[in-house]
Write a protein that binds this ligand. Sequence first.
Ligand code: PRT
Ligand code: MG
Length: 216
Amino acid sequence: MERITLALSKGRIFTETLPLLAAAGIVPQDDPETSRRLILETNRPEVRLLIVRATDVPTYVQYGAADLGIAGRDVLLEHGGQGLYQPLDLRIARCRLCVAVPEGFDYGAAVQLGSRIRVATKYLKTAKAHFAAKGVHVDLIKLYGSMELAPLVGLADAIVDLVSSGNTLRANHLVEVEEIMSISSRLIVNQAALKLKRTLVQPLIDTFAETLHDQP
Ligand code: PRT
Ligand code: MG
């Protein structure tokens, strides 16, 4: 039997993908929040899900360990997208990538003066491209999480991070000073799988597209 494998992360992406899968008649047999299984069977024997870290999804798909995947635009930009076909913006797990600074830090003045600004972020490539395009001098510091802490303890002047409600920034006395881009998650497909498993892959892409089209 020919099978297809979809890689995705647990948490918000899994939760927001469930209705799309349901529209395609796919129901996972386990809940990744409670199960320790990393391979989830579904009600359809030819479809299974891999639960991986959000940043690892493009890698699984690039190398064909998964035929399809769902990943944020933030993650795809850092990965580079090699070997990936990106047919659909699923409009889920939405947020924005922003520059934020401590309350009271005059970002505009620092930029105008041409000062070097220290910026902590997980998104090195995207941040580098953003500041280079604006001609802002920055020293980028790579972190893997909790970027909001960096300005509070003097590690950085600013951060580049994802914001949705803004509660995390507010709780840490940070303010958003620049939106770099809006973010949502995309369906990604291994280019070889698209050709070799077209009879299974294409209908799934089509159903997702129709479901999105029917949403406001
Ligand atoms: O959490 P983990 O370290 O395991 O991995 P991850 O953070 O890469 O995964 P996950 O599941 O948290 O995020 C997966 C994807 O969801 C990201 O790649 C984004 O495309 C998308 N997404 C949407 C978000 C958010 N909204 C979001 N708010 N990812 C992270 N956040 C974080 C943000 O980094 C910040 O710390 O939530 C905090 C801000 O939220 P607010 O509501 O307080 O503004
Ligand atoms: Mg997270």
